[in-house]
Design a protein around this ligand. Structure first.
Ligand SMILES: Cc1cc2nc3c(=O)[nH]c(=O)nc-3n(C[C@H](O)[C@H](O)[C@H](O)COP(=O)(O)OP(=O)(O)OC[C@H]3O[C@@H](n4cnc5c(N)ncnc54)[C@H](O)[C@@H]3O)c2cc1C
Length: 861
C-alpha cells in the first residue's frame, strides 16, 4: 500500500467505488480506496438491484437520472457488465389521493425531462398481467426503471476507476483517523498509515463508526429490509414467451410493495410498517457477507395485500427470503459533502438507493472536492442539513418513521410526529396549551403554524387541497393587516460577527455594502459561480460588531461557508446563537403603538426608521430590535435571550389588547410575504439561480469591492438573466400551488433555447471565463446543458416551474412564484400562462407589482 495519497476513500461498496471513479475521472489520479474486506462487503452485495429516477426532490431525481445514464459509460470503460435490465415500471394508485400524488409526480417530470405517462389500470394490466386491476384507480408509467447486478455494477465502477489510475486496497480496515496541524490526515489501517490530504467516509453500514473516529455522530441508521424470491411462475414464463419481453417493475403503494421479475419468477420487497432497526448503536466490525434471520410475520400484512392485488403470487412457491440491513438518514436522502468544523473530511453515506443514486452522489462529491463546489443544487442531500438535534435517538425515531412511510403520501400540510418535540422555546406551553397552536417542526424547533379556535382539536386535516386551516390563517392575516399581530420567530438563524476584520470579511462574502452603525441591509451571498447561496438581514450593532439573520435550516451550511472564508489572522470571530437567542415579531398598523407602550426610548417614525436597528429594553428586558418584518407591513423583530421571551410576549399581549392584538403563525407569515412578492430561501432562492434571475439585483453592489461571485454576477447583469423569478395570480378555487408545478406558456412557436442552457446542472459548471469546464459531464449526460423539456401541446409549451405559493388572504388571490424565461417575465397579459395543479391546467397571470402595498408605504410608515 502506498504511504501518501491525495484522497483516501474509506469503503468499497457501490458508493465508495463511484466516488473513486468520479475523482479519477475528474483528474485526481492519486486516489486510494481502502476496503475492510472484499468489495461489496456491506449492503451492496445483497441489494435487490432496482433503479429508478423518481424522487420527491427534483434535484435528487436528476442525480438519479444521471446515475442510470452512467452505467453504459462504466461498462464500456471497465469491460465489466452491470447486468442492466431497463424494463420500465409502473406505480399503482389505489385511491384518488394517490392518483393526485402521481399527477404531481408526472407534472414535475415535465420540466425534469422525464417521460412518464399517466395510464389506466387496464393499460397497467396489459403491461403487468399479474395484477388485479379492480383494486386500482390509475397508474403512472416510467420507462427509466429497471434492475441490475449489484456486485457487477460495483466492480464496474472499481475497474473503471483503476483504469484511470486509482488504486484499491482490500482486506485492510481503517482503524483510526488523526489530523496533523497542517491538515494532513493520518489514515491508520491494519496495514500501516497513509497520509492523505482528503478523507472520504463511504463506510455504508459502518459510516457511523468511521464518523466517530473524528468525533462525529452522523445521523444515520441501518434498517432491516426483506425481499423474497419466488420459484419459477408459469404466468411469468407465459408472458415472456408471448411478448418476448421481461416483466416490468411495479410499485404498489397500498401494499408497501415493489416487485420485478427475477429469472422466471418474481422478486417482491416490502417497506413494512413494523420497521426494525439493525445495530442501533454500533455496527459490529465482524459483520460480513451474512444475512439476517427473515421474519415473515413482520411483512405479512404487506404480503396479504400483495396476494390480493397480484393473485398469481398466491400459488407461487417462495424460494428464498433475503433480509439485509442498509442505512438511512432521518429524511431518507443521502448525507453528502464536507463536514462543518473539519478540514477535508467528506461524507458520502446514508445512500439508501445506491443503485439509483450512487453515480450522482459520486459526481457531486468529486466536483466538490476538486472544484470546491458540487456543481449543482445538492441541498437535498447535503450533510449540513441536520443540526445537533439529530442525535442517535432522534435519528432512530425518524428513520423508523421514514422507512414505514416510504410508500405513504406526504401531504404539503403534513407535519410528521416522530422525535418531537426536539427543541422548544419558553413559549411552547403557552402556545400549545393556552393558545391552541398547531405546531410544526422547523429545523428541530417547535414553531406555531396557525392557531385553531378554542374548543377544536389543534390538528391539520392533511390534503392536497385547501384545508381546515384556511379560514383561520385568513383571520390571522387580516388581524395583522388591519390591527396588529404577534408571532414567534425563534426559528431564524442568528449570527454575530465581531472583530477588527469583521466588516471586510462581510464585504468579501456579501453582495451588498455593509450598513452604518444602527442600520440594516438585506444582502444575498454568492458562490464563485455567481449563484445564490444565502440571503441575509445584516445589522451593524456597533463598530466591529454585526448581527446577521438568515434561514434556520441553512445554519450549518452557512457556518461551513463562513468558516471556510475566515481570515487566518484571528481578526474575525463568528458565533451562531441557534436557540440561545429567540425572537418575537409584531406587525401591523398598530404595532408601533404597542411598542411605544413597552419601550423606554423614542420609537416614533423619525426616531426609529424603517431598516433601523436598536439595542433597547422592551418591557424592561434587554433586546435587539429590527424595524422590519417579513410581513411587509409596519413591524418589528425583537430578539432576546430565552430567559426574557415569556415576559416580553406577555407584555406585548397586554399592551396590544386594546388594539385587538392576535397571535399569528408561520403560515400567515408566509402567506403575507406572497402578497408582497417576497422570495423565500430554498424555494425561490437556491444555488441554481443567479441574483438577477432571482430578482435580487438591487442588493448587488458590483462596484463596492471584489466580493465572492462578483465577476460572474457582473456577467449575468451584462448579458441579462436568462430566467426570471416572477409572481403569478392563479385562477383556482380549492387547491393552490404547492411548489414544483410546471408553468405552461402559449408561445406560438417562439423558442427559448437559452433558458434550457441556463438552468439545471449545467448552469454551474461554468469556469471563471464563463465557458463550460471541459471534460466534465453534467448529470444529464449532456456535458453541461440541461433542458426544460420542450413538452408541446399545440401552441402551449412548458417553459418554467413553480417554486412556492399559496393563498394570499388579504388580497384574496391564489398566488405562485416561479421561474420563466426572461423574455416572458414582464408580460402581464391574460391568457399567456397556465399552471398545472393536480392534473388541471389553471390560467395564471404575471403580477409584477406586489398586490399588497406595491410602493411599500405600509412598511416604511
Ligand atoms: C435487502 C436489500 C435490498 C436493497 N435493494 C436495493 C435496490 O433495489 N436498489 C438500490 O438502489 N438499493 C438497494 N439497497 C440498498 C443498497 O444496498 C445501498 O444503498 C448501497 O449498498 C449502499 O452502498 P454503500 O457503498 O454506501 O455501503 P456499503 O455497501 O455498506 O459499503 C460500505 C463498505 O465500506 C467498508 N468499510 C466500512 N468501514 C470501513 C473501514 N473502517 N475500513 C475499510 N472499509 C470499511 C465495508 O466493508 C463495506 O464494504 C438494498 C439493500 C438491502 C439490504
Amino acid at each position: 500500500m502506498k504511504s501518501h495519497a491525495k484522497a483516501v476513500v474509506i469503503g468499497g461498496g457501490v458508493v465508495g467505488c463511484s466516488v473513486l471513479y468520479h475523482l479519477a475521472r475528474a483528474g485526481w489520479r492519486d486516489v486510494l480506496l481502502i476496503e475492510r474486506s472484499e468489495l461489496t462487503s456491506g449492503s451492496s452485495w445483497h441489494a435487490a438491484g432496482g433503479f429508478h429516477t423518481l424522487n420527491g426532490d427534483p434535484n435528487v431525481a436528476r442525480l438519479q437520472a444521471y446515475t442510470v445514464q452512467l452505467y453504459k459509460e462504466i461498462e464500456e470503460l471497465s469491460g465489466q457488465s452491470c447486468g442492466l435490465h431497463l424494463t420500465g415500471g409502473v406505480m399503482l394508485a389505489d385511491s384518488p389521493e394517490r392518483m393526485d400524488f402521481l399527477r404531481l409526480a408526472h407534472a414535475k417530470g415535465r420540466y425534469l425531462g422525464m417521460e412518464t405517462e399517466l395510464i389506466t389500470p387496464s393499460e397497467a394490466k396489459a403491461m403487468f398481467p399479474l395484477m388485479d386491476e379492480t383494486h386500482f384507480v390509475g397508474a403512472m408509467w416510467d420507462p427509466v426503471e429497471g434492475h441490475l447486478d449489484p456486485s457487477g455494477t460495483t466492480h464496474a465502477y472499481a475497474r473503471a476507476a483503476r483504469k484511470l489510475g486509482a488504486e484499491i486496497v482490500l482486506r485492510n480496515r481503517v482503524t483510526e483517523l488523526t489530523q496533523e496541524p497542517d491538515g494532513t490526515w493520518n489514515v491508520v489501517t491494519e496495514q500501516g498509515t497513509v497520509k492523505a490530504e482528503h478523507v472520504v467516509n463511504c463506510g455504508g453500514l459502518w459510516a457511523r463508526e468511521v464518523g466517530r473516529m473524528v468525533g462525529l455522530e452522523l445521523p444515520l441508521l441501518a434498517m432491516e429490509h426483506m425481499y423474497l424470491l419466488t420459484e419459477p411462475m408459469p404466468e411469468v414464463e407465459e408472458f415472456n414467451r408471448s411478448t418476448g419481453r421481461e416483466m416490468i417493475g411495479v410499485i404498489d403503494f397500498k401494499g408497501e410493495i415493489y416487485t420485478r421479475q427475477e429469472r422466471n419468477g418474481i422478486l417482491l420487497g416490502t417497506y413494512e410498517k413494523a420497521a426494525k432497526p439493525w445495530s442501533p448503536r454500533q455496527t459490529p466490525w465482524d459483520f460480513g457477507h451474512e444475512l439476517l434471520e427473515p421474519d415473515i410475520d413482520r411483512i405479512a400484512p404487506s404480503l396479504e395485500v400483495g396476494f390480493r392485488h397480484f393473485p398469481a403470487l398466491q400459488n407461487a412457491g417462495i424460494k428464498q427470503i433475503i433480509n439485509g440491513p442498509f442505512t438511512f438518514a432521518p429524511d431518507g436522502n443521502p448525507l453528502v459533502g464536507p463536514v462543518q468544523g473539519l478540514t477535508n473530511f467528506w461524507c458520502a453515506c446514508a445512500v439508501m438507493a445506491g443503485f439509483s443514486q450512487g453515480g450522482g452522489v459520486g459526481l457531486a462529491l468529486a466536483n466538490w472536492m476538486v472544484d470546491g463546489d458540487p456543481g449543482f443544487d445538492v441541498w437535498g442531500m447535503d450533510v449540513a442539513r441536520f443540526g445537533e438535534w439529530a442525535s442517535l435517538r432522534y435519528t432512530n425515531a425518524k428513520v423508523r418513521e421514514n422507512y414505514s412511510r416510504r410508500f405513504s403520501i406526504r401531504f404539503p400540510n403534513e407535519e410528521l410526529p416522530a422525535a418531537r418535540p426536539a427543541q422548544t422555546t419558553p413559549l411552547y406551553d403557552i402556545m400549545t396549551r393556552d393558545n391552541n397552536a398547531v405546531m410544526g417542526d422547523s429545523w428541530g424547533l417547535e414553531t406555531p403554524l396557525w392557531f385553531a379556535p378554542k374548543g377544536t382539536a389543534p390538528k391539520d386535516i392533511v390534503s392536497f387541497h385547501r384545508s381546515n386551516d384556511f379560514e383561520h390563517v385568513g383571520e390571522e392575516v387580516r388581524a395583522v393587516r388591519e390591527r396588529v399581530g404577534v408571532t414567534e420567530i425563534a426559528n431564524f438563524a442568528k449570527y454575530e460577527v465581531t472583530g477588527p476584520g469583521a466588516e471586510d470579511f462581510l464585504n468579501r462574502l456579501m453582495t451588498n455594502s455593509m450598513p452604518k452603525t444602527g442600520r440594516i441591509v438585506l444582502s444575498p451571498m454568492l458562490n464563485e459561480f455567481g449563484k445564490l447561496i444565502g440571503d441575509f438581514t445584516i445589522a451593524k450593532a456597533q463598530e466591529e460588531r454585526f448581527m446577521i439573520w438568515g434561514s434556520s435550516a441553512a445554519q450549518v451550511y452557512h457556518m461551513r461557508w463562513f468558516e471556510k472564508h475566515l481570515p487566518g489572522d484571528g481578526s474575525v470571530r463568528i458565533h451562531r446563537f441557534d436557540q440561545t437567542l429567540v425572537g418575537l415579531s409584531i406587525a401591523g398598523p398598530q404595532s408601533r403603538a404597542v411598542l411605544e407602550k413597552l419601550a423606554d426610548i423614542d420609537v416614533s417614525r423619525d426616531a426609529f426608521r424603517f431598516m433601523d436597528f436598536r439595542q433597547m429594553a422592551v418591557a424592561g428586558c434587554p433586546c435587539m430590535v429590527n424595524r422590519l418584518t417579513y410581513t411587509g407591513d409596519l413591524g418589528y423583530e425583537i430578539w432576546m435571550p430565552p430567559a426574557y421571551q415569556r415576559q416580553v410576549y406577555m407584555a406585548i399581549k397586554e399592551a396590544g389588547a386594546p388594539f385587538g392584538i392576535a397571535d399569528f403563525g408561520m403560515r400567515a407569515l408566509l402567506c403575507m410575504r406572497l402578497e408582497k412578492n417576497f422570495p423565500t430561501w430554498f424555494r425561490e432562492l437556491r444555488p441554481i439561480y443567479g441574483p438577477y434571475e432571482g430578482g435580487m439585483g438591487r442588493f448587488v453592489k458590483l462596484e463596492k469591492n471584489d466580493f465572492i461571485g462578483r465577476e460572474a454576477a457582473a456577467r449575468e447583469q451584462a448579458e441579462g438573466p436568462k430566467l426570471r423569478r416572477v409572481s403569478f395570480v392563479v385562477a383556482v378555487s380549492d387547491a393552490d400551488v404547492m411548489g414544483d408545478e410546471p408553468i405552461w406558456a402559449r408561445v406560438n412557436g417562439r423558442e427559448f433555447g437559452t433558458v434550457a442552457k441556463s438552468h439545471g446542472f449545467g448552469a454551474q459548471r461554468f469556469g471563471a471565463d464563463g465557458g463550460e469546464i471541459e471534460g466534465r459531464a453534467a448529470p444529464d449526460g449532456s456535458g453541461g446543458a440541461s433542458s426544460v423539456r420542450g413538452i408541446e401541446d399545440g401552441a402551449w409549451r412548458v417553459v418554467g416551474w413553480v417554486t412556492s405559493g399559496g393563498y394570499a388572504h388579504y388580497v384574496r388571490k391564489s398566488m405562485a412564484q416561479g421561474y420563466v424565461p426572461a423574455e416572458l417575465a414582464e408580460d402581464e397579459s391574460e391568457g399567456l400562462f397556465e399552471i398545472e395543479i393536480l392534473g388541471h391546467r389553471r390560467p395564471a397571470r404575471i403580477n409584477i407589482d406586489p398586490p399588497f402595498d406595491p410602493v411599500g408605504e405600509r412598511m416604511r410608515g
